[in-house]
Design a protein around this ligand. Structure first.
Ligand SMILES: [Zn+2]
Length: 268
């Protein structure tokens, strides 16, 4: 998509534009004619940075996309058969189309100004763990000041974004840290190692297409992920730890499951 100009836009369902003051018509009118300069993501928010928009928005303009529960951003050739859940569509100057397919309609598009390179609606979300501009030692130092269970901090999108329940369990297992260990009691070196382990786990997962347990989670070409085959902690309750053979424990935490090895990951 990067470098392509949007030659026409159609918002087909009002819910897809429900956060836009001027509704779908505003997105259609203002997005058409713009060039995609870059793609970006923070946690569950992704956006297209649009080029050549100085007059409309001096600080830049972005098309924010939230996938909600079931949204998909797909790149389709124009001869693709219709999809009953197609909510918005942008036609590119190379003939391809960007489809926003969203069965449950919790997702949306929002076209708005960028503030420091980030859409206004996303300003409260911290940098993503996979963001190249994230300063890992600085983040580790922030974690170190918190007398809070480390997993709770990893899942707090205002501290660091992009880490969901599965990857939190996997990175804690990799680093040998108990999910309920207080961050202030973990050394800075181990906190840095934990964050670096998280990056590695997520990059490995992305190479394999991500971790999907739901057929709706697909990449832009419609393929789902297979990383679930290589999980070490998440969903492995009762199975031997790949490091020490001790059975993996599951316990309820923040209304979800924490999976860990109580031999390799102890509360200290
Ligand atoms: Zn173990």
């Amino acid at each position: 998509m990067v470098g392509r100009t949007i030659v026409s836009t159609s918002v087909l369902h009002p819910r897809a534009a429900r956060n836009q003051a001027g509704g779908g018509a505003e997105i259609e009118a203002n997005l058409t004619g713009l060039k995609v300069g870059a793609t970006n993501r923070r946690g569950k928010f992704l956006w297209l940075e649009l080029d050549d928009v100085a007059e409309q928005a001096p600080s830049g303009l972005g098309l924010l996309v939230h996938l909600g529960m079931s949204g998909q951003m797909l790149v389709k050739s124009p001869d693709t058969s219709p999809n009953p859940h197609l909510r918005a569509r942008a036609e590119l100057d190379d003939g391809n189309e960007v489809w926003f397919v969203d069965q449950r309609t919790f997702g949306y598009w929002w076209l708005g100004e960028l503030v420091d390179g980030v859409p206004g609606r996303v300003a409260h979300i911290a940098r993503d763990l996979l963001d190249d501009a994230l300063d890992i030692p600085a983040l580790a130092a922030v974690l170190k000041t918190k007398n809070t269970e480390i997993k709770r901090l990893l899942l707090n999108q205002e501290i660091v974004s992009g880490i969901g329940n599965i990857y939190a369990d996997e990175m804690l297992w990799e680093a040998g840290i108990h999910p309920r260990q207080k961050a202030s009691r973990i050394s800075l070196t181990r906190l840095v190692a934990l964050l670096e382990a998280g990056r590695e786990v997520m990059i490995r997962a992305l190479d394999q297409g991500g971790t999907s347990f739901d057929a709706l989670y697909v990449n832009v070409n419609g393929a789902s992920g297979y990383f679930s085959l290589s999980l070490n902690a998440y969903g492995q309750a009762g199975k031997p730890c790949a490091r020490c053979g001790n059975p993996i424990t599951r316990e309820t935490f923040m209304n979800r499951g924490s999976h860990f090895c109580n031999r390799c990951q102890k509360v200290r």
